[in-house]
Design a protein around this ligand. Structure first.
Ligand code: ADP
Ligand code: MG
Length: 692
C-alpha cells in the first residue's frame, strides 16, 4: 500500500511550509509557474524513514497523483488554492542516477535520474490534455482525456451519433517540448558513439534549456512502440517523462583530484624537462612535429578568458589549424587529441550529424515541429572541438563559424526558435589543400577553401608539408615500422615479460605522462590564472614593435594586433604548464618561437621574402595591392585623354614605366574585371567602374 495524500500533506507542511507560502503568494500575483521543488536526499529520504522516497521511485504514477493531491491540501497563509501545482523532485540519490546507455526494460515506469548534454530541443507548442468534442448531431460537448501523441476521439454520443468535431477553444492544453539528451562526450573513450534519449517536458519545464546545456533530468521512464499508427511494432523506444530539470555548471571539476594526484602533478610541473614531457605525451606514435605538439599541449592548457571593464570579452581558448599534404598524420593527430583531451568532440567538416559544426534549426519530419540541434562546437563547450577536413564544411557553418570562434556564441533565429548557444571551446582543425598538395609559392588563402576572415581567427596555422629528405625519411620509416612491429608483439605477449631491448623501444612511443594523470594535470592547471610579468610584457612589446617597424612607410605590415592577443594566450598556457601564476620571459620566448616559425611558413611574400600578414590571410600582398592601385590610376588618367576609355597597350606601356611587368599588368587587369572594379566597354579598352 502506498501512502495516502494526507501523508504527503503532512510531509509538505512539515518541510516546505515556507516554500508553499511563497508559491501561494506568486500564484496570487498571477504567476503561472505552479511547481514546488522537493529535495529528495535531504527531505524526502528523511521523512518517515524514507518511505515516501522509496514509493516514489517504485510507483511514480500513483505516488505523483497522491503527492499532487497532498500538496493541494496543504494550507497556506494566503488561502490560495494549490490545485494543479506540481511537486517536482530533485537531487536523487546516486543509485537512482542511471547512465543513458544502461537504461533497460527493468527501469520502465520507474522514477530515475539521467545526466547528459542537451543535443536537441523542439519549439514549445501546446499539447491538448483534455480535448473537447462537439457531437455533430445533438451539439452536446464531450471531453476526452488525451495522453498520447495521436488524438483520441470519443466513441459514441448520448444520442447515438458517432460523428464529432474537435473544439480547440474548449479543450485544455499544456505547453509541451521534446528534448534529446546525449551522454557527455568526455565519458566516451576510444571513439564510442554517444547514446541519447528523448525527454518530454511540459508546463513550467518547457523553454528553459538550450542545446549544449548540461543537465540532470529526473522523471519516469516510458516506452512507446516503434512504427506508425496501424503498424506498431513490439519493439519499443524508451523516453523519459520529465518531472524536473537540474542545470549543471561543470567545468573541469568532474575529475576527482586526490591529494596524491596533486603531489604528483606538482612534482611533474616542477621537473626541468616538463615541456619535453608534455610534447612527448601528445601523440608519441607520430614522429616529429614537435612545434605542433607543443602548440596542441598549450591549447589543452588554454589561455585565460578575460572580461574587460567595458564589457568586452576576450577569449582564452586557442584555435589551431593544420594545413597540409595528404598523409602527414593530420587526422591521426586529431584522433589522438580526442583520446587524451579532458573534454573533446571529434567530427569532420561534412559533419557526422545533421547539425554540423555550429547548430541547425530544422523541421521535424514526423510532427512538423521546429527543432534546434547543437553541432560539434556547442557540444564541445568548455572543451576542445576537433574538426577534420574543415575545408569541406557546410555553407551554413561557414558564416556561423566567425561568430563561434571569436565571440564563442552561436545565434540562431529561425521560425519559432530564437537562441544564443554557448560555444566556449578551442578548435583544432585540419584542412587539405584544394589541389591535393601544398604549394609553398602561393598564399594559403588561395590553397584552402576558407575565407581570409576565418583564417585570421586561428591563433596558429601550421603548414605540414611532406618533403622528401633522406635522413628524416629514414627516421620516420624506422619509427613507423617499429610501431607496427611492437603493436603486434604487445598483443601477443601481453602478460609475459618483455625483453629489455623491447622495453626501450616501447618507452619511445609511450606517452611520457600517463594519459589519466595528464588529464588531471590539465584540469588542475586550468584553475591557475597567470599574469604577465613586466619582463614578459616588454618582450612581447619589443617583438611586436620590431616586426611592425620593419614595415617602413608603404611596405607590407607584417603583424597585426590579433597576433598580439594570440601570443598572450599562448604565453598564459605556457605558464600554466608550470602551474605558475606569473608569465615569465621564457614563456614569451617559447611562444614567440612557435609564432615566428608558423608565420614564416605562411606570411612571407615569396616575391620579396618579406613578412606580410595580408599575404597570409588574403593572398594579396601589400605590394600587389599597391600595384592594383597604380594600374587603376593609370586607367583613370588614360580615360581623361581617350573618349572611349583606356586602351590596353597604353595601360601596359605606362605600367611598365612605373615598374610593373606586362604579365603582372595583364593579371591585374583581369582581376579588376573579375572583381567588377573595371570593365571593358569595347574590346581592348578599359574603364574604372564608378559608383553612381
Ligand atoms: P592526413 O590526415 O594528413 O592525410 P593521416 O593522419 O591519415 O594523414 O596519416 C596517414 C598515415 O601515415 C597514418 O597511418 C599515419 O600514422 C602515418 N604517418 C604520417 N606521418 C607520420 C609521422 N610523422 N609519424 C608517424 N606516422 C605517420
Ligand atoms: Mg586526413
Amino acid at each position: 500500500m502506498i501512502s495516502c495524500p494526507e501523508v504527503w500533506r503532512d510531509f509538505f507542511e512539515k518541510y516546505y511550509s515556507e516554500e508553499i507560502n511563497n508559491l501561494a503568494f506568486r500564484i496570487k500575483n498571477g504567476e503561472n509557474k505552479r511547481a514546488l521543488y522537493v529535495n529528495f536526499i535531504e527531505d524526502l529520504s528523511v521523512f518517515q524513514e524514507g518511505k515516501l522516497g522509496e514509493e516514489l521511485v517504485e510507483y511514480p504514477d500513483e505516488v505523483l497523483v497522491h503527492a499532487e493531491k497532498g500538496l493541494a491540501q496543504s494550507t497556506n497563509i494566503y488561502g490560495v488554492s494549490l490545485e494543479g501545482c506540481k511537486p517536482r523532485f530533485q537531487n536523487l540519490p546516486s543509485t537512482k542516477r542511471i547512465l543513458i546507455r544502461d537504461l533497460r526494460s527493468s527501469h520502465l515506469s520507474k522514477f530515475i535520474a539521467i545526466e547528459g548534454i542537451v543535443r536537441k530541443v523542439t519549439e514549445v507548442r501546446p499539447r491538448v490534455i483534455s480535448a473537447a468534442f462537439r457531437c455533430s448531431n445533438c451539439k452536446n460537448i464531450v471531453y476526452v482525456a488525451q495522453d498520447d501523441s495521436t488524438l483520441r476521439y470519443p466513441y459514441e454520443c448520448r444520442c447515438g451519433s458517432k460523428k464529432f468535431q474537435l473544439v480547440p477553444e474548449k479543450s485544455i492544453s499544456v505547453d509541451s517540448q521534446r528534448v534529446k539528451i546525449q551522454e557527455y562526450p568526455e565519458n566516451l573513450r576510444g571513439g564510442e558513439q554517444p547514446q541519447s534519449i528523448d525527454v518530454i517536458l511540459e508546463g513550467d519545464l518547457t523553454g528553459i534549456i538550450n542545446p549544449g546545456d548540461r543537465v540532470i533530468v529526473n522523471g519516469i521512464v516510458r516506452a512507446k512502440p516503434r512504427g506508425f499508427q496501424q503498424r506498431l511494432l513490439t519493439h519499443m523506444d524508451l523516453f523519459i517523462e520529465g518531472n524536473s530539470i537540474e542545470m549543471l555548471q561543470q567545468e573541469y571539476e568532474e575529475f576527482e583530484i586526490t591529494e596524491k594526484d596533486k603531489e604528483e602533478i606538482i612534482k611533474l610541473a616542477n621537473s626541468d624537462d616538463i615541456y619535453e614531457k608534455v610534447v612527448n605525451t601528445i601523440a608519441p606514435s607520430i614522429y616529429g612535429h614537435e612545434d605542433i605538439k607543443l602548440a596542441i599541449a598549450l591549447q589543452l592548457f588554454g589561455g585565460v578568458p578575460k572580461k574587460l571593464p567595458d564589457g568586452t570579452e576576450i577569449r582564452g581558448d586557442i584555435h589551431i589549424l593544420l594545413v597540409g599534404d595528404p598523409g602527414v598524420a593530420k587526422s591521426q593527430l586529431l584522433k589522438y587529441v580526442h583520446r587524451i583531451a579532458p573534454r573533446s568532440v571529434y567530427t569532420t567538416g561534412k559533419g557526422t550529424t545533421s547539425a554540423g559544426l555550429t547548430a541547425t534549426a530544422v523541421r521535424d519530419e514526423i510532427d512538423g515541429r521546429w527543432t534546434l540541434e547543437a553541432g560539434a562546437l556547442v557540444l564541445a563547450d568548455k572543451g576542445v572541438a576537433l574538426v577534420d577536413e574543415i575545408d569541406k564544411m557546410r555553407k551554413e557553418d561557414r558564416s556561423a563559424l566567425h561568430e563561434a570562434l571569436e565571440q564563442q556564441t552561436i545565434s540562431v533565429a529561425k521560425a519559432g526558435i530564437n537562441a544564443i548557444l554557448k560555444a566556449r571551446c578551442a578548435l583544432l582543425a585540419a584542412a587539405n589543400p584544394k589541389l591535393g598538395r601544398f604549394d609553398r609559392y602561393s598564399p594559403i588563402a588561395e590553397q584552402i577553401e576558407l575565407s581570409p576572415t576565418l583564417l585570421s581567427r586561428f591563433d596558429l596555422i601550421f603548414v605540414m608539408t611532406d618533403e622528401p629528405g633522406e635522413e628524416r625519411d629514414q627516421k620516420l620509416a624506422s619509427h613507423i615500422l617499429n610501431m607496427h612491429q611492437l603493436g603486434e608483439m604487445l598483443e601477443k605477449f601481453k602478460d609475459s615479460n618483455l625483453k629489455e631491448e623491447l622495453k626501450v623501444k616501447i618507452s619511445k612511443i609511450e606517452p611520457a605522462i600517463d594519459p589519466e594523470l595528464f588529464r588531471k594535470y590539465i584540469a588542475y592547471a586550468r584553475n591557475i590564472y597567470p599574469i604577465l610579468s613586466e619582463e614578459a610584457k616588454k618582450r612581447i612589446e619589443s617583438f611586436y614593435v620590431s616586426l611592425r617597424s620593419k614595415a617602413k612607410e608603404n611596405s607590407p605590415v607584417p603583424i597585426t594586433a590579433r597576433q598580439l592577443e594570440s601570443i598572450v594566450r599562448l604565453a598564459e598556457a605556457s605558464a600554466r604548464v608550470r602551474l605558475s601564476e606569473t608569465i615569465t620571459a621564457e614563456d614569451v620566448d617559447r611562444v614567440i618561437g612557435i609564432v615566428k616559425r608558423c608565420l614564416a611558413q605562411i606570411a612571407v611574400d615569396p616575391e620579396t621574402g618579406e613578412w606580410d600578414i595580408d599575404y597570409a590571410y588574403t593572398g594579396t600582398s601589400k605590394r600587389q595591392r599597391d600595384r592594383i592601385f597604380t594600374i587603376k590610376k593609370i586607367i583613370e588618367e588614360l580615360e581623361e585623354l581617350n573618349e572611349n576609355g583606356a586602351p590596353e597597350e597604353e595601360i601596359i606601356k605606362k605600367a611598365q614605366e612605373a615598374g610593373i611587368e606586362e604579365s603582372k599588368t595583364r593579371e591585374i587587369l583581369s582581376k579588376l574585371k573579375l572583381m567588377g572594379e573595371a570593365y571593358c566597354p569595347k574590346y581592348g579598352v578599359y574603364r574604372v567602374a564608378k559608383l553612381k
